[in-house]
Ligand binder design. Structure first.
Ligand code: SAM
Length: 286
């Protein structure tokens, strides 16, 4: 196969380049363009509309941080809703908790799931094997709107950026619907973009404004994702009751005996300690 160069524009003049890749799949769906590549250092990776979604080398960071943080705050979570997350990595991590009873995953584009099952089993394997995971191929906003009030203890928004099909997942209506679908002690984790480059910072601020206006507790935590723009990425932690540090239950979480390559109980607290420029931007959004 002829080798090619993968280039992703992080800004007009700052680009991510991965040399010597095999372009193994290209497809346009009604929702987006999907490409799969094989690279020497990152292994298999896939992009949606030209943006890196997941790769074999660093996906563990994102999937650890979206799932284990809320489960160490409320270790009795039983019913989980994942919005997006078509690569299956988030479902894989949540499924490691044997006491979780139901995992609904709502992905708008079935082709993302099917292609990840073919090309990226490292993230997608739990979708084939765990009967608690129920796949729903529809729009996340419509699904949450139709969900019973209080149905979920945890909602994980593992979405693309707020352009294309992911746009509605950053709307006030969506966060409001999540609030309604969460139990009284429910937790919402959302893809909160990045503070560093202008485009993602604008979205970070907009998301924070909306979530902060709805939830009693609304915090933000950070992690290092080397292949996302700037490598500095955020999740939002919003809850009706639980504070991510005051209510953190490390001793209980340790009893699950899960080996995690990025997440650990010390890092849990550290992740909420944000750099000054990020604190200021979030503070201004409130
Ligand atoms: N970790 C990734 C990131 O932050 O870039 C996201 C990975 S996951 C592949 C994102 C998924 O969200 C995609 O598969 C996309 O199809 C799905 N998605 C986008 N908009 C959606 C919507 N409105 N409802 C449900 N799923 C959606």
């Amino acid at each position: 196969m002829k080798k090619t160069v993968y280039t992703e524009k992080w800004t007009d003049d700052v680009h991510l380049t991965i040399a010597d890749v095999d372009h193994i799949h290209h497809e346009k769906t009604p929702f987006q363009t999907i490409d799969f590549y094989r690279s020497i250092t990152l292994g298999i990776f896939f992009t949606l509309d030209g943006l890196m979604m997941a790769n074999e080398k660093d996906e563990f960071i994102y999937h650890d941080m979206i799932s284990h943080v809320p489960l160490a705050v409320n270790p009795t979570i039983r019913h989980v809703l994942i919005i997006g997350g078509g690569d299956g990595g988030t479902a894989r991590e949540v499924a490691r908790y044997q006491h979780i009873e139901t995992i609904d995953m709502v992905e708008i584009d079935e082709r993302v799931v099917r292609l990840c099952q073919d090309h990226l089993p490292q993230t997608a394997h739990a979708l084939d094997t765990d009967p608690r995971i129920r796949l729903h191929f529809e729009d996340g906003l419509a699904f949450v709107n139709g969900a019973k009030a209080g149905r979920y203890d945890l909602i994980l928004v593992d979405s693309t950026d707020p352009i294309g099909p992911g746009e509605g997942l950053f709307s006030h209506a969506f966060y409001q619907a999540c609030y309604r679908a969460l139990s009284d002690d429910g937790i919402l984790i959302n893809q909160h973009e990045s503070p560093y480059f202008d485009k993602e910072r604008r979205e970070m601020v907009r998301a924070h404004e909306k979530i902060n206006a709805l939830f009693a507790i609304s915090e933000v935590y950070q992690f290092h994702q080397p292949t996302y723009p700037s490598g500095h990425w955020l999740f939002g932690f919003a809850s009706k009751r639980y504070h991510p540090i005051n209510d953190h239950q490390p001793a209980k979480w340790e009893t699950f005996n899960l080996h995690t390559r990025y997440y650990n109980s010390d890092l849990h607290k550290a992740a909420f300690m944000l750099p000054t420029y990020v604190k200021e931007a979030l503070h201004n959004a409130r």
